[in-house]
Design a protein around this ligand. Structure first.
Ligand SMILES: NC(=O)c1ccc[n+]([C@@H]2O[C@H](COP(=O)([O-])OP(=O)(O)OC[C@H]3O[C@@H](n4cnc5c(N)ncnc54)[C@H](OP(=O)(O)O)[C@@H]3O)[C@@H](O)[C@H]2O)c1
Length: 326
């Protein structure tokens, strides 16, 4: 394969035409807010009801209208362990198709830069901790989220191939588990933090003496506050010009049993927790090495888990009250 030198144009935010797929979603809305703070004037946010990014004709039309100089690809089918386990086919197909098409048409339309967003679920199940980018290919991901993780890892291969063959400035970042105000609290599809907050608040309201949790409580996770994640994504879009993958995390690690104790304290739930070990634990440990993000584009997380959880719980309480009042 020929290896072209990646063509790098400096990012000048007020002059860019940004296409942010998934820009109305949880992470996307914070990314769009950051882009506006940076002075971006043109930000195109396609919605799935008008533009299905799994369909080539829709993606071609979108690029024809938007003519972006810079693409941030966040659109995805996303969910917790339960949703991944129920819909492995949809998680694989939707994410693979969206990635393939959004990057291919970025190339065809002459976009100058493409930033793809992967996931920590792409890492092998038993990666040595902390996970280094060089370990991404050293094994198969944890079974419950492998179709999602591998579909997102295709983006990295495609970005590297396009950088090598076409000189496209295509970069890929791999965020850890994210959380924050605006997160998805639907019990069918939510991730672990909103699921645990909801359980504690409901148990407190109903005066329940105990709450049953999925799995053993022993796995560990790393969490990054969504505003910090948006800052990292925008910094990478601005400053990172290398197809090597980059982790985006907070550098902390906490067991699920510790997380639930913290959430119980912050929601003032005083009951007991019972672990249902017939339910899957997911990956045993998750903790990213975040050195590369610091070195390459100066990103370091700022929000502590406790502060981030406090803001998330406050948001949910206010949001739920608003919904109830409406
Ligand atoms: N949340 C996390 O913990 C986490 C962790 C690591 C990485 N990530 C990555 O971050 C990105 C954003 O995740 P998120 O949590 O913000 O998800 P989200 O809130 O579910 O947002 C995803 C967005 O994708 C769009 N979308 C889905 N299917 C589409 C389709 N067929 N055509 C067009 N648009 C479609 C949706 O647009 P509409 O609103 O118009 O339907 C939605 O706004 C994803 O790439 C995810 O893999 C997330």
């Amino acid at each position: 394969m020929p290896h072209l030198k990646t063509v790098v144009h400096p990012v000048v935010w007020p002059q860019e035409r940004d296409l942010v797929t998934g820009g109305a979603g949880f992470v996307g809305s914070y990314v769009v807010e950051k882009l506006r703070e940076k002075g971006c004037r043109t930000i195109v946010i396609p919605r799935s009801r008008d533009c299905d990014l799994r369909e080539a004709a829709d993606v071609e039309r979108l690029y024809g209208q938007a003519r972006p100089t810079l693409v941030i690809h966040l659109a995805a089918r996303v969910g917790g362990i339960g949703a991944n386990a129920r819909h492995p086919g949809k998680f694989f197909y939707d994410n693979a198709m969206m990635g393939l098409l959004v990057l291919e048409y970025a190339r065809r339309s002459g976009a100058r830069k493409f930033l793809g967003v992967g996931t920590i679920c792409a890492y092998p199940k038993l990666t040595p901790v902390p996970f280094r980018e060089s370990d991404l290919w050293n094994g198969y991901p944890e079974e419950t989220n492998a179709p999602y993780g591998l579909a997102k890892k295709l983006l990295l291969v495609q970005a590297q191939a396009y950088a090598a063959e076409y000189g496209l400035n295509a970069v890929t970042v791999f965020p850890t588990n994210l959380y924050g105000p605006g997160d998805n609290f639907d019990p069918e599809t939510s991730h672990v933090i909103p699921a645990l907050i909801l359980k504690c608040l409901q148990a407190k309201e109903a005066n329940l003496p105990q709450v049953t949790l999925w799995g053993s409580g022993r796995p560990s996770r790393e969490f990054l506050f969504v505003k910090d994640a948006a800052e990292a994504i925008v910094l990478a879009a601005e400053r990172h010009n290398d197809p090597e993958p980059v982790n985006i995390g907070s550098g902390m690690e906490i067991k699920i049993s510790g997380l639930i104790r913290l959430i119980a304290r912050l929601t003032d739930y005083r009951g007991e927790f019972v672990y249902d070990t017939s339910k899957p634990d997911g990956q045993p440990r998750r903790h990213l090495d975040t050195t590369r993000a610091k070195e390459r584009f100066g990103f370091a997380a700022r929000t502590s888990l406790e502060e981030g959880l406090r803001q998330t719980i406050e948001w949910y309480r206010a949001h739920k009250m608003a919904v109830g009042a409406g």
